[in-house]
Write a new protein. Sequence first.
Length: 207
Amino acid sequence: MMQRHASDIALAYGGNTVWLKPSLRAATHLEALHGGFPALLSKLHEFDTATIREIIRYAAPDRAAAQTVLNALSGASLRTVQQVTLAPAFALLTALMTPASEKITGEAAKAPAAKAVAWADLYADLYKLATGWLGWTPDTAWNATLPEILNAFDGHVDQLKAVHGGGDDQDASAPTMNSDQRQANIDAGLDPDFDREGLRALKAKMT
């Protein structure tokens, strides 16, 4: 049995259940499906069944369970399909667009107001954080939720500070990495410079 995540959303019909996960993979694909979240939400309001199928297929880590539910729904009335799928679909998109702010801590909690970042750019940057800074495999990154990536990155930054020094009261205009810290990052295969303001701008999008 595939392990469920705390943020998974249940979609059940006919004794079958598929769990939808607000993962980076789902976010990236669904945001691009109709050229942005506004158009995607419009499709949901119109109850576009093709869009419903795409949401289920890309948000379900268990593809077999997704297909089982879709097969069962294929014989149901449109009204039944609407009643079964719309609430979970909207809940998933809400999670993708508005991750719980209380889960964003550390550097993100101190982030100042920043210029809005395009969703596609945000998701691309989160993938880079997960696979670059954190060293996750592509599959792990794609299957992680957005708050998981940000919280893990906060933890990684805290670890670097604990090992190499650095304080929260550091002047934002000063270099964020001294020569020893930069060399330690190079030795670890990481970006030698920690772009504090870039990270804050990225995380501010999530609040």
